[in-house]
Design a protein. Structure first.
Length: 320
């Protein structure tokens, strides 16, 4: 699978406290995006992902998705969204009918007070939930991503109950990445936003179990394998496309985002070399390690796993 994450711009109608996709790169023009779609089709991209910023606030987003569909080159036309614009049923119907096959929403808590606090956008929770329901009604594959922070991780299992009731086909959680852009904010306090890895163990396992019981697949991203003992097959990293490209405004291009994450975004301390998961685990976010060190990392004894394929699981009746 070859995937391209097409960042259409950095404008957004939320201002999430944990956002690691901020930048002063502006937004791409319609023509620039069409050129990138053309190139993606030419180099054999299978999954085209519209992302941002927030793609749905662009006036040309429906035309861009339709343009991608008309190429007849992509198996999946994917969109990552905070879902607020999808609360308008007429808009939701139009954008889905333009050619979307998958929509990944970003709902971060089962309660408006927490979600709206994290997104710094009053009313966002209500709109995102309504947007999800509109999408489910249209029959598109609806998924959800939750960023786990100190404010919401305890409520993750409760959120999963809500997502399953709405009808999501897949859900994932990502351990918050304390990148430099958010750490420089005046109201940022690391210990207030970033939980300890060990804090996540119980709620993550509980949340995974709920989906498994309902035959809905779920994964967890950016948590070291030593904290996923017994549920290793749920690590998001195992299922990422082998070749992932990121393109964005001002000719931003990362030809291999998987490699970039491992080299620039994460770190595996010396002690990890003795872990059976060393060859498949990416380690921890680099700023998490710089601040908290490696005390929470415990190498797992055993024969080293050489390839992630050894951990992949195919579930019956689950089709993403």
């Amino acid at each position: 699978m070859k995937e391209e994450n097409l960042i259409v711009g950095y404008s957004c109608n939320n201002h999430c406290r944990f956002c690691c996709e901020r930048g002063n790169f502006g937004d791409s023009s319609t023509e620039e995006i069409k050129q990138r779609i053309d190139k993606a089709a030419k180099i054999g991209v299978n999954r085209l992902v519209f992302t941002g910023g927030e793609p749905t606030i662009r006036k040309d987003i429906i035309d861009l998705i339709r343009y991608a569909k008309e190429k007849k080159s992509f198996n999946e036309i994917f969109m990552i969204t905070n879902g607020r614009m999808m609360s308008y049923e007429k808009f939701a119907n139009k954008i889905i009918n333009a050619g979307l096959t998958h929509i990944l929403f970003s709902l971060h808590a089962p309660k408006a007070k927490i979600h709206d606090f994290l997104t710094r956008s009053p009313g966002a929770f209500r709109q995102t939930v309504k947007g999800m329901k509109n999408a489910v009604k249209q029959g598109v594959v609806v998924e959800n991503n939750t960023v786990l922070t100190k404010y919401n991780y305890k409520f993750f299992p409760e959120l999963v109950d809500m997502l399953l009731e709405i009808g999501v086909k897949y859900y994932e959680a990502i351990f918050v990445n304390p990148v430099e852009s958010i750490m420089k904010e005046s109201d940022f306090v690391f210990d207030n936003l970033v939980p300890k890895l060990s804090d996540l163990d119980e709620p993550v396992r509980k949340a995974l179990k709920k989906g498994k019981k309902k035959r809905v697949w779920s994964t967890i991203e950016a948590i070291p394998f030593c904290h996923l003992k017994g549920v290793e097959e749920h690590a998001t990293e195992l299922y990422m496309a082998e070749h992932r490209i990121v393109s964005g405004p001002r000719r931003r291009l990362v030809k291999d985002i998987n490699r970039s994450r491992q080299v620039k975004g994460k770190v595996k301390p010396e002690k990890c070399k003795n872990c059976k998961y060393f060859n498949v685990c990416e380690g921890v976010w680099i700023n998490y390690y710089r601040i908290r060190g490696d005390k929470e990392l415990t190498p797992i004894k055993g024969k080293k796993i050489e390839n992630k394929k050894e951990l992949l699981v195919k579930w019956k009746n689950i089709k993403l």
